[in-house]
Structure formats: C-alpha cells, structure tokens
Design a protein around this ligand. Structure first.
Ligand code: ZN
Length: 373
C-alpha cells in the first residue's frame, strides 16, 4: 500500500506542470530592470537559470546602477523551444545596445552538452565551423537548425548532421480561436472607472479574471508580446469574459532609449503575435514604464493610454498599503494601473473590488466610448 501511494505521489509530482513565466520589472532613479524568464518542469534547469539571472542582475547593479546621468537598463528576455523533450532555453541579455546570449539545453532534468546530441562524425563537421572548446558550448537547436553563440551567431542546418536522435517534427498545433465581441450594457448614469493590468499574463491572471467576473467588472490587460503564445488559453478566457487586450511592447524595453527600428519591432511584433494567436487586434498601446515621446507617438496609429492612478503595487507589495494608496484617489473616469504578475495584486483586488460598489468597472475602450457620447 505504501509503495502504491509513493508511486501515485511520484506520478503526480512528475506530471505536475510547473510552466510559468516570471516577470521582474522595477525601476529606481538610476537604473531599470525588465527581466522575463521561464519556469520549466526541470528543477535543476530552473535553478541554473535563476542563478545566472541573479548573477547578471548583481553585476549590472554593481557596474551600472550608480552615479550615472542616464538611467541604465537591463533587459532579459527568453526564447523556449521544446524538441523531443529537449528543453532549449535562450536568454537574451541586453544592456544598452549590447547583447549577450546564454543558452541552457536540458533533458530529463539533466544538462545536455553538444556531445549528447552529435555523433562522432557530426563533431568532425562541427569542427569545420568552429574552433573552440566544445564542452561548454553556448548552443541550442530547433526543428531545423543548430545555433551556436560565440562572439558571433553560427547557424548550421540540422540536415548536415546525423544526430544521436530523430527529430520529431509533429509539433502541437492549437485549434483556431475565433474572437467574438462580448455584448455588455454600460450605464451612462453611473460613476465609472477603468482598471488596467500591465506586464502579464502570468499564473495569477486567470484568478484575477475570476474575481472581475464575480463583480461584473472588466479590465484592459496590457500584455507583453513575448508571453502571448505561452498564455494563449488565459488570453482566450480574458477575451471571453469581456476584457480588453492592449499592447505593452514585446519585451518591455524602455522605448525612449531604442532605435527607430527597435521601437517599430516592439510595437508591431506584439500586434502581429496577438493577431496570429487570437484573431484579435489591440487598438490601445501603453509604452513600457509609461515612457513616451514624439518619436514613439509617431511610430504607431494605436491609441497611447497611460493612467491617472498608479497603484504602485510592485513597490508596496502589500494589499493594505496598496489599497490605502489607491482608495483616496478613486474618482469618476479614472484609469488605474496595476500588474497581474503578482500574488499581492490579486489579494489587493479581492479586498478592493467590494469597496468599489458605487462604480462600474470597465475597459479603457469602454470608458473612452462612454466619454465620447
Ligand atoms: Zn510595464
């Protein structure tokens, strides 16, 4: 019996899906962080990623976060590729205009080296491309190519190799989703506020949507493009519950520091990915950190939306403090900024919503429409 329970427990733990994306965004007078990284089903891999991020953040703080005239920005984004149970994680670290790539390849909770995937013959082929120590190679692969990151990026088609395993090209294709606008009645005579959530989605987003549903409220979620595919189901639930999706850049770079091309990429890539994934086109844009100038305004036809009340949830990290900060400022037509990336924001909302019974809570587009007549 004991054995049976242990087997059951093991099955449960192994089958447990821990996949999530962590968002760590904060700013101070002298520096800015925007760090996004995945939590996978592999504990060792998660530990390695966290260790690398911690070290990068500490180095950045030491070297960049003091006595500078301009605020310095550390941006960490990621790409995840799962090929036949090989989890390929690529972290893209940007400081100013410098980029560093760090990769992790794991399978069955074990670190995979290039020797694990290439045959003797393949290694010979590889040596015609690079001439460095292969044991600590910074590499990853997808269905088609092997990518090696040294001072430059080397891309080699997998066709050139025999490989120690067969690439399985049947990847999961999600069913199509057709977006239908949810009909809602809005009372013109009632005091109205718009709730907005930035930087998501996250594992807390669905719980936040449940709460909104309970109070017949809706909100605008300004999402990051790099999370859209992983949270497709959450976003569908968001739309079906009558909420709105806005564009909040691809990976939260401070746009006022970026080139024209990068600004366009941050906005347009996010529009594209939302459109392709959800058959939905956002009409609102909220620049990361609310930081905007004429160049950014001229880069898009989307409506740029900031806020009237900043909950400062990321700073207070405590529901009572956040509520005490927001409540006195609540008034008709205000737009409130929160973040659906933290448990304390959910806890705040749970206590805040019953206190807002005099208001109808709508999306930003609904608030706009209401004020237009
Ligand atoms: Zn943000």
């Amino acid at each position: 019996m004991k054995k049976f329970i242990i087997i059951l427990l093991t099955l449960f733990l192994v089958g447990c899906d821990n996949n999530d994306i962590v968002t760590d965004i904060s700013e101070s007078d002298d520096c800015i962080f925007s760090i996004t990284y995945p939590i996978t089903n592999y504990k060792k891999l998660n530990k390695q990623i966290k260790k690398y991020i911690r070290r990068t953040k500490d180095d950045f703080k030491k070297n960049y976060c003091s006595n500078k005239l301009d605020r310095q920005e550390l941006n960490i984004d990621f790409k995840k590729n799962i090929i036949n149970n090989y989890v390929n994680i690529k972290l893209i670290v940007s400081i100013d205009n410098r980029k560093v790539i760090k990769t992790f390849v794991y399978k069955d909770n074990k670190k995979i080296s290039i020797y694990d995937i290439l045959t003797e013959n393949d290694l010979q082929i590889l040596s015609s491309y690079i001439n460095t120590d292969l044991s600590n190679l910074n590499f990853e692969f997808d269905e088609d190519n092997l990518y090696i990151y040294t001072d430059e990026t080397i891309i080699i088609p997998l066709e050139e190799f025999d490989l120690n395993f067969e690439i399985n090209k049947d990847y999961n294709i999600n069913g199509t989703y057709v977006y239908n606008e949810v009909n809602k009645t809005i009372d013109k005579s009632k005091k109205t506020i718009a709730l907005t959530f930035d930087d998501g989605p996250s594992i807390y987003t669905e719980k936040i949507i449940d709460l909104l549903n309970e109070y017949n409220a809706s909100a605008t979620f300004f999402v990051l493009g790099n999370k859209v595919k992983d949270y497709r189901d959450t976003l569908i639930y968001m739309l079906e519950s009558g909420n709105e999706i806005g564009n909040h850049t691809y990976n939260h770079k401070l746009l006022t520091n970026q080139s024209d091309d990068e600004i366009l990429y941050q906005i347009n890539e996010t529009q594209k990915i939302i459109n392709e994934t959800l058959d939905y086109t956002p009409v609102l844009f909220r620049p990361s950190y609310g930081s905007v100038n004429k160049k950014i305004r001229n880069s898009t036809n989307l409506d740029i939306i900031l806020w009237n009340i900043d909950s400062l949830d990321w700073k207070y990290k405590n529901k009572t403090k956040i509520i005490n900060h927001i409540l006195p400022k609540i008034d008709n037509n205000k737009i409130i900024l929160m973040h659906d990336t933290h448990k304390y924001t959910y806890d705040t909302l749970k206590e805040l919503l019953p206190k807002l019974k005099d208001y109808q809570i709508v999306t930003v587009s609904e608030l706009k429409k209401l004020n237009e007549g």
